[in-house]
Design a protein around this ligand. Structure first.
Ligand code: C2E
Ligand code: CA
Ligand code: CA
Ligand code: CA
Length: 267
């Protein structure tokens, strides 16, 4: 009760102000990050579950802030979405990834994360088409990964963008499958090419019997819809063997390789 004195109230307001200014400077810093070369795209391998052959790489964005050090995309992507910067940052990642993929073997795919908000931009298919053309990259080598979102939902505009993207000849994956609000209804609203099973189901393979059955059900659901199935966050041989037994097509995780800058990939 003592803490509710007038002095403390002022302190509290001061904190609020500092916090606000701090957020603003964070947003400003993010706006300048591309131009200041603070953003870097890392790539994580995706391998064939049976042969172990590299199927492709997922582009994962990194921000090395000059004062704050490395900031997780889990922290700055939501800020980019809130400020609208996601559109320019997303286009930049796409450009980097398409260019990078031309350095790889001609069958190696590149997967790029697309925010659900980017699907509200009707010019996205044109942006993607022109990046493919500019780099001479076959559309079949590009996969776009889209997470579920409780605020964009299945708006007519997002679905139209998804269809236009798909018509370019690229693949579309439903990311973090099983964790969102509308996994199952999304499957019926659009013909996704690939399901990426969320890491949480994979990490619980050896722990929770219930999750194991859900994992089984997700794989057979995906197979019955003719979708490719990628398991994320595979860290152990036990997990790998189990996923192979289930008939999972592709695996991604620290067992195969961590995200790394382009120069450090074992191609
Ligand atoms: P995501 O798309 O689900 O990416 C997978 C995340 O799991 C990555 O985290 C990756 O580093 C991590 N991971 C991969 N294998 C393992 C493993 O075996 N064990 C564990 N514990 N983790 C593993 P990261 O790179 O921190 O990215 C976090 C999220 O940020 C991504 O989740 C994605 O939603 C978002 N993100 C990253 N880059 C972009 C981007 O360019 N655009 C958009 N819109 N979102 C991005
Ligand atoms: Ca992803
Ligand atoms: Ca994911
Ligand atoms: Ca995720």
């Amino acid at each position: 009760a003592k803490s509710i004195g007038p002095g403390n109230v002022r302190n509290f307001q001061q904190y609020m102000l500092e916090d606000l200014l701090d957020n603003r400077s964070f947003e400003n810093d993010l706006a300048n990050a591309v131009k200041n070369n603070e953003l870097v795209v890392y790539y994580q391998p995706i391998a064939d579950a049976v042969s172990g052959e590299i199927y492709g790489y997922e582009a994962l964005l990194r921000w090395f802030h000059p004062a704050r050090g490395a900031i997780s995309p889990e922290v700055f992507i939501p800020v980019a979405e809130k400020t609208g910067l996601i559109h320019s940052i997303g286009a930049w990642v796409l450009a980097q990834a398409c260019q990078q993929a031309t350095q790889w073997a001609p069958s190696t795919r590149v997967a790029v994360n697309i925010s659900p908000l980017q699907l509200l931009d009707e010019s996205l298919p044109d942006i993607v088409r022109s990046e493919l053309k500019k780099n001479g990259l076959d559309a079949a080598r590009l996969e776009l990964e889209i997470t579920e979102s409780n605020f964009v939902n299945q708006s007519a505009r997002s679905l139209a963008t998804l269809r236009a993207l798909s018509n370019l000849g690229l693949s579309i994956s439903i990311d973090d499958f099983g964790t969102g609000y509308s996994s199952l209804s999304r499957l019926s609203s659009f013909a996704f090419d690939t399901i990426k099973i969320d890491r949480s189901f994979v990490s619980n393979i050896t722990q929770q019997h219930g999750d194991l059955n859900i994992l089984k059900a997700i794989v057979s659901l995906g197979k019955s819809l003719n979708m490719r199935i990628i398991a994320e966050g595979v860290e152990t041989e036990v997990q790998l063997n189990y996923l192979k037994t289930l008939g999972c097509d592709l695996i991604q995780g620290y067992l195969i390789g961590k995200p790394a800058p382009p120069g450090q990939l074992k191609l």
